[in-house]
Ligand binder design. Structure first.
Ligand code: DX5
Ligand code: ZN
Length: 221
C-alpha cells in the first residue's frame, strides 16, 4: 500500500508561535498542513482566514489544505488564488453549486477537494466526484478540535474506497478525532491521508512525537 500522508491541523497549534510550530511539523515529516477556516455561520465558531494563511505560507514549503467551513465558499476563491500550493476543500452542505465551485477553484490554480459531514451520504457528492482527486470524510461534526472519532462513519469510508477503485488515484482524507488509537481503523477502512489537530499539536511528546505516534500506529497496515 502507498504510504499514508499526515496532515497536522493547526487548529490545535499555539497561535502565538504559529510559524515556528508549522516549521516543526514540516521538520518532523508532515506531508501537508491543514488550515481550518470557520465563518461563524456554517459552523458556530470563527477561526482565521486569508491574512493568517499568507503568514503561514511563508513558514512552510508543504502543500496547505484549506478546509473551508464557510457558507458558499466560492466567494473566497479569487482572494485565495494568489497563494501557491493550496488545496481548497469545500463542504457539499455549504455549496449551492458544488460543481461550479469546484470548477472555479481549479480555474484559479488551486486543487479542489470535497468534504462531507458525518451525516451526509456519499450520494450527495456523486455528481461532483469525477471532478476531484481528493475527498475528505469528516469523522466529527465540524467546528471544534479535540472531539471523539465517530466510528459510525467507517462504513462510508469503505464505500468510498470501493468507488475509488474505479476512480484511479482518489485520495481519501479523514478529519476529526485522529490519534494513534483511531488512525489504524481509518486506514484499514481505506483512508490515505490522516488529518490530526490535537493528536499532533497536543501530543504529550510534542509535535514530532505526535507525528511519530501516528506513523507508527499505521505502519505495515
Ligand atoms: C474540526 C476541524 C479539524 C480539527 C480536528 O472541525 O475541521 O481539522 O482540527 O481536530 P482533532 O484532530 O483534534 O479532532
Ligand atoms: Zn479541518
Amino acid at each position: 500500500m502507498a504510504s499514508i500522508k499526515i496532515s497536522p491541523s493547526i487548529l490545535s497549534a499555539d497561535f502565538a508561535r504559529l510559524g515556528e510550530q508549522v516549521e516543526q511539523a514540516e521538520a518532523a515529516g508532515a506531508d501537508e498542513i491543514h488550515f481550518d477556516v470557520m465563518d461563524g455561520r456554517f459552523v458556530p465558531g470563527i477561526t482565521f482566514g486569508f491574512v493568517i494563511l499568507e503568514a503561514v505560507r511563508k513558514h512552510t514549503q508543504l502543500p496547505i489544505d484549506v478546509h473551508m467551513m464557510v457558507d458558499d465558499p466560492v466567494r473566497f476563491v479569487p482572494e485565495y488564488a494568489d497563494l501557491p500550493g493550496l488545496t481548497m476543500t469545500v463542504h457539499v452542505e455549504a455549496c449551492p453549486d458544488l460543481t461550479g465551485t469546484i470548477e472555479a477553484i481549479g480555474a484559479a490554480g488551486m486543487r479542489p477537494a470535497i468534504t462531507l459531514n458525518p451525516a451526509t451520504p456519499l450520494s450527495e457528492i456523486a455528481d461532483a466526484l469525477p471532478l476531484v482527486d481528493r475527498v475528505l470524510v469528516m469523522t466529527v461534526v465540524p467546528g471544534a478540535g479535540g472531539q471523539p472519532f465517530m466510528d459510525e462513519v467507517l462504513p462510508k469510508i469503505v464505500e468510498l474506497r470501493e468507488i475509488a477503485r474505479a476512480h484511479n488515484g482518489l485520495e481519501i482524507a479523514v478529519d476529526g478525532g485522529i490519534k494513534a488509537d483511531t488512525a489504524p481503523r481509518a486506514v484499514a477502512a481505506g483512508v490515505t491521508t490522516l488529518i490530526s489537530g490535537s493528536g499532533v499539536f497536543g501530543h504529550p511528546d510534542g509535535i514530532a512525537g505526535g507525528i511519530r505516534a501516528l506513523r507508527q500506529a499505521v505502519e505495515g497496515l
